[in-house]
Design a protein around this ligand. Sequence first.
Ligand code: AGP
Length: 608
Amino acid sequence: MCGIVGYVGRRQAAPILLEGLRRLEYRGYDSAGVAIQNGRGLEVRKLAGRVQGLRDELAQAPIAGTSGIAHTRWATHGAPTARNAHPHVDCTEAIAVVHNGIIENADALRAALERGGHRFRTETDTETLAHLIEEAAGTTLEERVAAALSHVVGTYGMAVVAANEPGKVVVARQGSPVLLGLGENEFFVASDASAVLEHTRSVVYLDDGDLAVLTPESYHVMDANAHVQLRDVSDIAWDLDAIDLGGYPHFMLKEICEQPEAVKGTLRGRLMLEEGVARLDGLNLTPEACSGISRVVIVACGTSWHAGLVGRHLIEELARLPVAVEYASEYRYRPRLTIPGTLTVAISQSGETADTLEAMRAAKAAGSRVLGLVNVVGSTIAREADGGIYLHAGPEIGVASTKAFASQIVALALLGLFLGRPRGLPLAAGQELACRLAQLPRLISLALALEPQVRELAREYAERRNFLYLGRGVSFPVALEGALKLKEISYIHAEGYPAAEMKHGPIALIDADMPVVFVAPRDAVYSKVLSNMQEVKARGGRIIAVTTEGSADHGALVDHRLCVPATAPLLSPVLTTVPLQLLAYHMAVLRGCDVDRPRNLAKSVTVE
Ligand code: AGP
């Protein structure tokens, strides 16, 4: 999941391409490069490491030119080295390609091209595209790109420039997101809107199979048969402030602190307090379709999957519908059982996660109605779903998902309310939950006030090598999420586990060196969690408890207590997760980790 950028216009391309890459760096950050048409041909610069390194190099030796392409990489094929960095060129270095995705038949294509005399310089799948275009027949670059792509199996969001066609950028999409930014006598290409927002709000999202040609004067989109296609022009709603640090040291901390606003955004215009219902027009679910639902299947990955686990409790409790929560990457390869009345919900912050997208497509092919719970407007899952809920949490730049998790849980509560009331959820219960939802932004602010206490805790535990997170019921997914946050940004090994399951194995890990984080709000299983705390204490474990105000009856059992405000038990994950996000954040900062760009990760996993 790399980031690609392109520009053609009247202005110098280099600064525009570099700033676009900086905005997309959360998509992949192990190497970067540019190719610019400098009036004499193509000039390519690339290196291993961050975009800043490329910016420094171009500051030393600038490249003049008003059109070009650029790339920031998350390596899939070939180590993250300068040689394997994009752009990739053909034998004559007259064609340059940047690519996000995976060419699945690259090995076979490469072998054929090498037999045809092509000399490869890198270990990447992408270089195959440059040689294929070089080999392809056609009088224009777009003809040659189309011909080359007819041999390709795999996914791509790509941009191409050629030395002999200055002032032209050709773009193609199959499976990986690409949009065009529309300006006055200039056009932009990007993997997502954050790279073009500085220049324009008007964008065109390309569909699979689209090929676009950009020149300073105009752009057009064609399908695979070279038939010109009209694509909608969308307007980006958020502004640059939303994707700037705004004085925070890291996007992750900014986004943790933005959770009250994010949840307000998810609730806005959707809560009917008097009627105790949720208004979700984007679902496109008629009352008939709604009453025809007999089961819900949630498909997702990572943090979104954890939100799905909370969603199961919400929908089963509120709508009395059975819910299955599936890892999208597993679900997409399971036998397709067409069960009438199945509603499939694909949860994805980015709306581009390949496994979730394919799982949604598979469910749709099996006849299921599919909804998307998505944060990124205009993303592929949002556009392909039958209906959905936009989170309106604002852009999430930090690779570790935080505010999107809170908004996903709130959106699932709204969905539970929407499905539940017509299924007999009493008015009073609906009103109660709606009222509790409306209070959440204020309560999250109170939970955020725990930060100084959490920072102290992080100082005490920053050098620990292992952590165990335990929770029961709706708090089990919170334990999983807390462990994931710690793993992905501080690189400390951590496991989330159902508290009662501990006795069946993990309890063997408990000793004075194993900090155990209990997610223990005062709910129906609280007393059971107290017994689990006893079991840990009896083996010398150190206990950090995230609990709700007023629950002091664990007394000396607990070494550290983090109290969040009380709310409806089903909604407690929105609050109990906050101190765990802050703990992971401060541990990572204390350990000198790159919080917003954790190693080996990327914000949106657009390849399988
Ligand atoms: C979470 O912090 C991670 N970035 C990752 O697990 C993420 O949740 C997962 O890749 C799913 O992403 P999505 O919500 O954009 O589909």
